[in-house]
Design a protein around this ligand. Structure first.
Ligand code: SAH
Ligand code: SF4
Length: 394
């Protein structure tokens, strides 16, 4: 397989404009918004400035009504309100874990659902967002990978997750307050929820550009981490067109084991993946890559694995994030014992790499890594199970 092989995107992307409905401004790039404003009567000369103003209201102040955009004329506000809306996906439910982690079940157009997780820590607050409903990939240890229903999220649905979390955290500035007046509760974004972000590249890129833009959500690119299972041809594009931090779901040190855990490895095996990763830090001007490594008992957690891992990544500025496996109903693996994880971490650390062990967060509400799966899908499964048990058809 060569690096220029086409990327499969066999999932549906819905149009941003529903037939005859108002146009949602959330998620439009600057250029798209400018074009659409001009098409609906905004004078061309003013359009660039209007985009900046509207962006600030939407992404820095959290305003949803055009009428509140007080630096625009009343007539113009009324015109905007006739054609456009500022709409977010709907929060169906919110669960709060004993450790403060919040999980939102979010409904998007078409009635599909995704999950979004907010993880408060002492020095930061990280929002884990989704890029797809479900995932076309079928990593054998991941709950999302068992979900059949898949569709790409739009850019508006992706950046909308950041906005709805800010709503819930009450962190939009008060009227008259500067957008950086208070410390940000939502200070980091990780694309580690449902879906493979690099199989929905354009929407993820557009949403992250809005998230990084100083007139947008205004988070530094160093506070955004995109996690990929290893879509090799899109890694260089990620450096060029997004430039955020990169995490890679590595999880194994031989192609034989990685083929089983992360089946995309059959298409782009370890050697090709490493080649793309070697080029990333320089191309994106980011310090280091995070290698995610899920600890599965007796599968990938031996001393030999740890040594092979450090040999493989030698020369790549890296941090190795060890993730104790999070169980889900019917999962075919077990979490490695704590001593094993520590021993693995020690070998990696002694070879010169930071090797933090990720503390599972929000396990009591099934919010930990790899536990996400739409509730509707779960409900469907359990109805199917009940039917099987009772001998009825679903
Ligand atoms: N699709 C992307 C991003 C989402 S997954 C990717 O695969 O990178 C975010 C991280 O959680 C990945 O490293 C993934 O491999 C890991 N993960 C998935 N299921 C897990 C589980 N059950 N326990 C621990 N980590 C898991
Ligand atoms: Fe998809 Fe990532 Fe889960 Fe693999 S680990 S199935 S790529 S969400």
């Amino acid at each position: 397989m060569t690096a220029s092989a086409p990327v499969t995107q066999d999932v549906l992307t819905i149009p941003r404009k529903l037939p005859d409905g108002p146009i949602n401004l959330v998620g439009l790039t600057r250029d798209q918004m400018r074009a659409i404003l001009i098409a609906h009567g905004t004078p061309e000369k003013q359009a660039r400035m209007r985009v900046g103003q509207i962006w600030q209201w939407i992404y820095q102040k959290g305003i949803r009504e055009f009428d509140a955009m007080t630096n625009l004329s009343k007539a113009y506000r009324a015109e905007l309100a006739e054609t456009f809306v500022i709409a977010l996906p709907e929060v169906v439910s919110r669960q709060v874990s004993a450790d403060g982690t919040r999980k939102y079940l979010v409904r998007i157009a078409g009635g599909h659902e995704v999950e979004v997780v907010y993880i408060p820590e002492e020095d930061r607050g990280t929002l884990c967002i989704s890029s797809q409903v479900g995932c076309t990939l079928t990593c054998s240890f991941c709950h999302t990978g068992t979900q059949k229903l898949v569709r790409n999220l739009t850019a508006g649905e992706i950046v909308g997750q950041v906005m709805l979390a800010r709503d819930d955290l009450g962190e939009w500035p008060e009227p008259g307050e500067g957008s950086d007046a208070r410390p940000r509760l939502l200070s980091n974004v990780v694309l580690m929820g449902m879906g493979e972000p690099l199989y929905n590249f354009d929407a993820v890129r557009d949403a992250m550009k809005i998230t990084m833009d100083p007139e947008g959500i205004s988070l530094s690119r160093r506070r955004i981490t995109l996690s990929t299972s290893g879509v090799v041809p899109e890694i260089a594009r990620t450096a060029e067109e997004i430039g955020c931090m990169l995490a890679v779901s590595f999880h194994a040190t031989t192609d034989e084991v990685r083929d089983k855990l992360v089946p995309i490895n059959k298409k782009w095996p370890i050697a090709e993946l490493l080649e793309a990763l070697r080029a990333y830090p320089k191309a994106s001007n980011s310090e280091r890559i995070t290698f995610e490594y899920v600890m599965l008992k007796g599968v990938n957690d031996s001393d030999q694995d740890a040594r092979r891992l450090v040999d493989l990544i030698r020369g790549i500025p890296a941090k190795i994030n060890l993730i104790p496996f999070n169980e889900w109903p019917g999962a075919p693996y077990e979490r490695s014992d704590w001593e094993r994880i520590e021993r693995f971490a020690d070998i990696v650390y002694k070879a010169g790499y930071a090797s933090p062990i990720r503390t599972p967060r929000g396990e009591d509400i099934m919010a930990a890594c790899g536990q996400l799966k739409s509730a509707t899908e779960r409900a469907r499964k359990s109805r199917a199970q009940i039917a099987a048990e009772t001998g009825q058809s679903v």
